[in-house]
Design a protein around this ligand. Structure first.
Ligand code: XMP
Length: 519
């Protein structure tokens, strides 16, 4: 798919840092198109005309060993501005004659205060009083490379920002892409617009017609099948493809019985009535419950649900004629994560991707129109396609649904109890204008009962756990701090209205060490 008519991009070389994709997101948020490639992929680039700047990411490699990851040296002499981040800075220093040392004493992890030493275009408007930056390094540059100068230092690392402004090569030891760095965005802003001189603004909505043309040209007169869950990704894929090929798109919605309260009914109605999609409904809730009977191991639950989903989807797909394509809501982070930084193509979408495993078995060609975009871009695309807010702004929901939020054995009774509690919780978040401040929130049911007292009677019922996290992309997360009145109110409402729950607890675990889901 040929995106970006304006032919200007920032290339990001991924040396394997966990947060490389945040760099790409920051750059796009600022309005410049960015692409992430592995060092190996860089070697095969023939035409550099569209590349207005290169950012070298952090990573676990070390330039102090003989075989370190790098990019062809000639790239530094193409007059393309380069910004090295963490490992990227160390690589620049190494290639230009600086010295790098591994030092347990001088390592920096977490916040560090940064001090300005010289002016630079890269740091214009970056320094505010007491800037703290996020560090994660053991290697440090200890001798400045030739023709470079120091822009900023920290207590432990003298060479925290360096530059060779004549060659337009810059390096920062900290991570400006993470939110823990104060004002980190300004570094990228200065690099992209003042140093790389990117002029044309990237905007995902302007890609809509290009995407529709791509779908039409790829699919031609054939048919496409799509598993529609009502999540943001599959909803946007369906609307986009529907816009391109109308009735030749067949959407299959499988009711697993494990969705949130009324979710399936509401979503189906929206797709059928509002968007006039060709949706086929399959009610399989009884099968799912039967297969999950007496299963309490989380991994087993996931496998049973995944397999059954594929079986049902395959069966329905076979009933349709002339299907050639399977549409999937794969996103850009899935693509980045599925490549190793050494370039080996271990293309494997996250194992918990909703419909992972379908294509090989079904012999269908894949069509993945969202594979160049981040989640927030997909939400914007959805809004511009008329996707209603309750779908486009919805919190993520895992494929195995409530089965992994009912800890231990799943029963019909427990599903009903959890659906009622979750519905109260989410409705209260919306009512209190908190829903959009939170990345993901849900209620879960703990497997044991506790004693309580209601009126004059003793109760012995389930405990409901509520969770709310803020996050960038689900890889790390902090628990959300609720005002006390909200927690008091939610505990009251759930206990008073949901028969079967007599206790509510709030989960104050961040990720890591916890995960967002409980199973
Ligand atoms: P964890 O629990 O791994 O979750 O911190 C990170 C994000 O992934 C979602 N999640 C899933 N999504 N199928 C999905 O489609 C799954 O099996 C699955 N498991 C976790 C989770 O809700 C969170 O947003």
């Amino acid at each position: 798919m040929q995106l970006q008519k304006n032919n200007e991009k920032i290339l990001i070389v991924d040396f394997g840092s966990q947060v490389t994709k945040l760099i790409a997101r920051r750059v796009r948020d600022l309005g410049a198109y960015s692409e992430v490639l592995t060092p190996n992929q860089i070697k095969s680039i023939k035409n550099y005309n569209e590349i207005k700047g290169i950012i070298l990411s952090g990573g676990p490699s070390t330039v102090t060993k003989k075989n370190f990851q790098s990019i062809p040296r000639n790239i530094f002499f193409k007059n393309i501005p380069i910004l090295g981040v963490c490992y990227g800075l160390q690589l620049i220093a190494k290639l230009f004659g600086g010295k790098i040392r591994s030092s347990k004493k001088k390592r920096e992890f977490g916040r560090a205060l940064i001090f300005k030493k010289n002016n630079s275009i890269l740091t214009k408007n970056f320094f505010i009083s007491n800037n703290s930056v996020w560090m994660s390094h053991e290697d440090a540059v200890i001798k400045l490379p030739k023709n470079f100068r120091i822009i900023a230092s920290t207590k432990n690392s003298k060479l925290t920002i360096i530059e060779n402004s004549k060659k337009k090569i810059y390096g920062v030891q900290f991570h400006p892409e993470v939110t823990h760095t104060d004002n980190g965005k300004q570094i990228f802003k200065n690099f992209i617009f003042s140093i790389c001189k990117i002029k044309k603004r990237w905007n995902v909505i302007s890609q809509k017609s290009e995407l529709i043309r791509y779908i039409r040209e790829t699919v031609k007169r054939d048919k496409v099948i799509c598993a529609l869950s009502g999540g943001v990704d599959s909803s946007v894929v369906a609307l986009l493809i529907n816009k391109a090929i109308k009735k030749n798109l067949i959407c299959i919605m499988v009711d697993t019985g494990l969705m949130r309260k009324d979710e399936f009914k509401i979503t189906y109605k929206i797709f059928k009535n509002r968007y006039n999609l060709n949706v086929k409904l399959v009610n399989a809730s009884k099968f799912f419950l039967k297969k999950l009977k007496n299963v309490s191991n989380p991994e087993k639950k996931r496998k049973i649900i995944g397999k059954l989903f594929i079986k049902i989807f395959e069966k329905e797909a076979k009933k349709e004629k002339r299907i050639k394509f399977l549409a999937q809501g794969t996103l850009y982070p899935d693509i980045i994560e599925s490549r190793s930084s050494t370039g080996s193509k271990t293309s494997k979408i996250k194992s918990h991707h909703n419909v992972g495993g379908l294509p090989k078995k079904m012999n269908l060609k894949l069509i993945e129109p969202l594979k160049d975009f981040f989640k927030d871009e997909v939400r914007k695309l959805g809004t511009s396609l008329g996707l209603v807010k309750i779908l486009s702004q919805r919190h993520p929901f895992p494929g195995p649904g409530l089965a992994i939020r009912i800890l231990g054995k799943v029963t019909y009774e427990k599903i009903k109890i959890l659906q009622a509690a979750d519905d109260i919780y989410i409705s209260e978040l919306i009512k209190n204008n908190l829903y959009n401040k939170i990345w993901q929130a849900y209620a879960a049911l703990l497997p044991s009962k506790t004693v309580g007292v209601m009126g004059d009677s003793r109760t012995y019922e389930y405990t409901c756990l509520i969770r709310a996290v803020v996050s960038e992309d689900g890889m790390t997360a902090d628990y959300f701090t609720f005002p006390k009145y909200f927690l008091d109110n939610i505990s009251n409402k759930i206990i008073n209205n949901v028969k079967g729950i007599n206790r509510v607890v709030y989960d104050i675990t961040s990720k890591p060490p916890g995960t967002i889901e409980l199973e």
